[in-house]
Design a protein around this ligand. Structure first.
Ligand code: TRP
Length: 472
């Protein structure tokens, strides 16, 4: 009790909120390592392992990858830093940050859009997180033994098109996240995940080693690393930007909240670069697991949300100890998803508690009920509701596409415009360098990225996809 700061070192920022209400008394991360660990927990999730490979596969592989990397570092990092800077300055959640810094402007709408985005993202994310739980079960039952790629695809299709079990798993996953938040055991979860996530990384690296040594692997690596520019469309460029925002958890204010818990003397710039690097390495490894395996299997199509659920069980069969690998991998992937969904659920919960003075319990129950309600439609999009489409997309696809490519992209655009043009350059640089201690040159360079490069870049991609087509 005496040393509250020490006790709070690795606690989720959302737990810190409960201990401290006044800005002056706000708890903080112990320093850089604390921020990197917690923000990376939100960033690294199904976005890296499930979404990145299939989106990259559908958009041409190598060329998509290059555009993605450019977006992560030239746009994603500046957006993340903008969020950190205003969050730390205001010491508040996303909605409140805008209200506090600019009470008169309509900027709080950015915060509100973020809250809606969080609910929508969790709704379809929960479906996929539910699949990972089923795949833990299937791995334990050794269901994949002897299945070739066609059989694995059949297994995936058969399972996801059922009405009951995928829905049950989704509800279990949302309930699990709600329980973690209700009982305030994020602290425990984070301690656990700090042990488990490095193990997941080791597993992923081991799977990558097997993947690149499979017969025909070079074909898959070529697809991933040899850019074929003719395969990249404008829509692909928009998807690369959306994927960068999704994977880094930016564009909706999660990182604003994290920023409010960063100590004043922590240099922001290098912190964001480290988080982005971490996230990108995991996404790259995710793709290195998938594409050589796909080439080995001789499968032509490289797309669809089922990609990792079809390729990975195949590679586990080609690995010594594959049975154990499969169980551990899907289990740890669920934990990675959980640390991401915790950060998603906290967004509406914190909003309801702060703005409507709701109890935490009520806010958690209400938010998770809405998420489960929407989640049922997303889950059924693979079966009962597969023919129900809006703009040619199932509800799942619509939520996935709209949040990443429109809401996060638009949110990111507004955030950099706000910081670049309204927040004040001097204040921004002061935040980035922690009052002049950090690398001033780097901070100045980033302020240019925030003011010009990022808004123009995001704007061009958005306008381009509107004009040339492909936005819906
Ligand atoms: N980034 C997470 C992933 O890649 C998903 C996620 C968590 C997220 N929080 C977010 C995405 C906030 C956008 C915004 O799995």
């Amino acid at each position: 009790m005496l040393n509250i700061k020490k006790r709070l070192i690795f606690v989720s920022p959302f737990v810190l909120r409960k201990f401290t209400t006044m800005k002056e008394n706000r708890g903080s991360f112990s320093g850089k390592l604390g921020v990197v660990a917690v923000a990376a927990g939100s960033a690294v999730g199904l976005g890296n392992i499930w979404r990145f490979p299939y989106i990259a596969g559908e958009n041409g592989g190598g060329a998509f990858l290059i555009v993605y990397l450019i977006f992560v570092f030239l746009i994603g990092v500046p957006v993340m830093l903008s969020e950190f800077a205003i969050g730390r300055k205001a010491g508040c959640n996303a909605y409140g940050t805008f209200k506090r810094l600019s009470p008169k402007g309509g900027w709080w709408l950015v915060g509100l859009m973020g809250i809606i985005a969080a609910v929508m993202i969790f709704s379809f994310y929960g479906t996929v997180a539910g699949w990972t739980l089923e795949y833990v079960k299937k791995s334990i039952c050794n269901d994949f033994a002897g299945q070739d790629v066609a059989a694995l695809a059949q297994t995936f299709g058969d399972f996801t098109s059922q009405p009951v079990m995928p829905t049950v798993w989704m509800i279990i996953f949302v309930a699990l996240t709600a329980l973690v938040i209700l009982f305030g055991v994020e602290k425990g979860i984070e301690k656990v995940s700090k042990v488990l996530m490095p193990i997941l990384l080791v597993l992923i690296i081991a799977i990558c080693v097997r993947a690149v040594t499979l017969p025909n692997a070079s074909k898959g690596l070529e697809f991933l690393f040899k850019p074929d520019w003719s395969s990249l469309t404008f829509k692909g460029v928009l998807m690369a930007l959306g994927q960068a925002a999704f994977s880094l958890s930016i564009g909706m204010g999660t990182m604003i909240t994290y920023g409010s818990y960063i100590k004043k003397d922590t240099p922001l710039a290098s912190t964001a670069i480290e988080i982005a690097t971490c996230d990108t390495v995991v996404a790259l490894l995710g793709a290195i697991m998938v594409f050589p395996t796909l080439a080995f299997l001789g499968a032509e199509s490289a797309g669809g949300p089922g990609l990792v659920f079809i390729t990975l069980p195949a590679i586990f069969q080609a690995m010594p100890g594959g049975y154990i690998f499969a169980i551990l991998f899907f289990l740890l992937l669920s934990v990675a998803a959980l640390t991401s969904t915790i950060s998603l659920l906290e967004v509406p919960v914190a909003f309801l508690v702060d703005e409507f003075k709701m109890s935490r319990k009520k806010a958690t129950l209400l938010s998770s009920s809405v998420i489960i309600f929407l989640g049922v439609f997303c889950t059924l999009s693979f079966g009962l509701l597969s023919d129900f489409t809006i703009f040619g997309k199932t509800i799942f696809d619509l939520f996935d596409y709209t949040t990443a490519n429109i809401m996060l992209t638009f949110g990111a655009l507004l955030i950099v415009i706000y910081v670049g043009w309204f927040f004040g350059r001097k204040k921004f640089i002061e935040e980035l360098t922690a009052g002049g201690k950090g690398n001033v040159k780097l901070a100045k360079f980033i302020s240019i990225l925030v003011k010009f490069v990022a808004p123009v870049g995001i704007g061009l991609v958005a306008i381009g996809s509107l004009v040339i087509g492909g936005i819906v």
